[in-house]
Design a protein around this ligand. Structure first.
Ligand SMILES: [Zn+2]
Length: 59
């Protein structure tokens, strides 16, 4: 069990999905690429934070 949740580094959204785009697939980074469903930011750097810390980050 984990209290960690992945967030978007740009908009701090927790609405994140694995990035299954062809680019990610082709580069072999499918396992650590993510996409934000809110601002469309995608990349590998999606930090995991404690769920309890989210309330501090979010406005
Ligand atoms: Zn975002």
């Amino acid at each position: 069990m984990s209290n960690m949740v992945r967030i978007c580094p740009r908009c701090q959204s927790t609405n994140i999905s694995p990035d299954l785009s062809k680019e990610a697939y082709g580069s072999g980074k499918i396992f650590n690429s993510y996409k934000c469903n809110d601002c469309d930011f995608h990349g590998e750097f999606f930090p995991e934070v404690d769920k309890k810390a989210i309330s501090k980050i979010k406005k």
